[in-house]
Design a protein around this ligand. Structure first.
Ligand SMILES: *Cc1c(COP(=O)(O)O)cnc(C)c1O
Length: 398
């Protein structure tokens, strides 16, 4: 069964404003998500935040149940946070590292993760090693053995980078990492909501994700999943009265479940909105959504390949997802994004400063990024292609 695209479009009021191709940046929430957030803010204004949250206790508990169902893990292994970055660092800084340990990162590493890795490696005297990649930019599973040995304490992976359609062979890399006893942390920011993510099949220790991208949730939401057997061994770098209990004047006890990575205070409305967004996706079917997004991305890549002056920058072989990246001869992607926005077409751009190893190795200062969600219509896509062709023509004429 395909998706009910009519319903998805009718549920997305923001579509009327712009042809929207930036779901990898910050997507348009469906109406039920927006209503959930607004209704809770109104209720807080009527009865105060504590009573309002109490009234929604079941729905708040359901946020973790829904996320657990989405990635196939128990709700108690999920911690809610205010961003994927926070979730990622909560795990990253809790893994114990000693001088001489190695942290392995991939070629497509994201700037936020990269700077934290640099900081921590310096602080503890660890060494950073980069996993080998193939000609397409994917981690080369066959070439991992010389790099992955027992000195590697932590492997930091990104399933789908912010700057290309590439999809990493996570399960195969994680299997090799586990074989040498390394912890595996997966940044699933660009895959969650785009590609079905099954934690057990991937075989990683922890997964971080964000609400506002492909999940179409509110801003300021994210989550961390940590494998249950591992939780009791990890002491978060900061605690409060929710992640731990003050058991006597001189003692505290950490929460036994993933709550040890949460803080008590949070944006309750946004959190309810995140839960609603995950339920919305589960209702549509993550597999169906992925099939639809893949179909669209393939059609856009095919159409772009026909445009003079346009070069698609995604891998042309192996698994690719719904992020489409391109450059236009003689056009600065960041300036092009602004020009397109002024003409009612919203796209993203990724600069080398967010992905130095990948875009740096390809000598690309930046790329334009097209990320179409299921609510995008064929007319939106036609508009996008017309505008991109016009940009290429104008640049070619100089
Ligand atoms: C957006 C993004 C992040 C950061 O997510 P936040 O919710 O903004 O913290 C991390 N990794 C990748 C690959 C991303 O694209």
């Amino acid at each position: 069964m395909g998706l009910d695209l009519e319903r998805v479009r009718a549920d997305t009021p923001g579509r009327a404003e712009t042809a929207f191709f930036d779901s990898a940046g910050s997507s348009l929430p469906p109406h039920p998500v927006l209503e959930t957030v607004l209704a809770h803010l109104r209720r807080e204004a009527q009865v105060g935040g504590y009573r309002a949250a109490g009234e929604r206790a079941d729905d708040l508990a359901d946020v973790k149940i829904a996320l657990g169902a989405l990635i196939g893990v128990p709700p108690a292994s999920v911690a809610l946070s205010d961003s994927a970055t926070r979730a990622w660092s909560d795990f990253f800084y809790a893994v114990s590292l000693r001088a001489g340990d190695r942290i392995a990162v991939s070629h497509i590493d994201y700037a936020t993760n990269a700077v934290a890795t640099l900081q921590r490696a310096r602080a503890v005297g660890a060494e950073i090693v980069v996993l080998p990649s193939d000609a397409q930019g994917r981690t080369d599973v066959e070439a991992l053995d010389p790099v992955l040995d027992e000195r590697v304490a932590l492997v930091s992976l990104v399933q789908v980078p912010t700057q290309s359609g590439l999809v990493e062979p996570i399960a195969a890399i994680a299997a090799k990492a586990r074989a040498v006893g390394a912890r595996v942390l997966l940044d699933a920011c660009q895959s969650i909501g785009q590609i079905p993510v099954d934690a057990a099949a991937l075989g990683v220790d922890a997964i971080s994700g964000t609400g506002r991208k492909w999940l179409r949730g509110p801003r300021g939401t994210g989550f961390l999943h940590v494998r249950e057997e591992l939780l009791s061994t990890l002491e978060p770098r900061s605690l409060d009265l929710h992640s731990a209990q003050w058991t006597s004047t001189d003692t505290y006890e950490l929460a036994l479940d993933a709550r040890r990575f949460e803080t008590w205070e949070c944006d309750v409305a946004a959190r309810l909105g995140l839960g609603r967004a995950v339920r919305y996706l589960l209702d549509l079917g993550p597999e169906q959504v992925f099939a639809e997004l893949s179909r669209r991305a393939a059609a856009i890549r095919e159409a772009l390949a026909e445009l003079p002056g346009v070069t698609v920058r995604d891998p042309d072989d192996g698994p690719v997802g719904a992020i489409v990246t391109l450059t236009i001869d003689g056009v600065d992607p960041v300036a092009a994004r602004a020009e397109l926005a002024a003409r009612g077409v919203t796209v993203g751009a990724s600069s080398a400063s967010s992905a130095r190893r990948d875009l740096g190795a390809r000598a690309l200062p930046a790329v334009l990024r097209i990320s179409a969600h299921a609510f995008v219509t064929d007319e939106d896509t036609d508009r996008l292609l017309i505008e991109l062709a016009a940009l290429a023509r104008r640049a070619g004429a100089h």
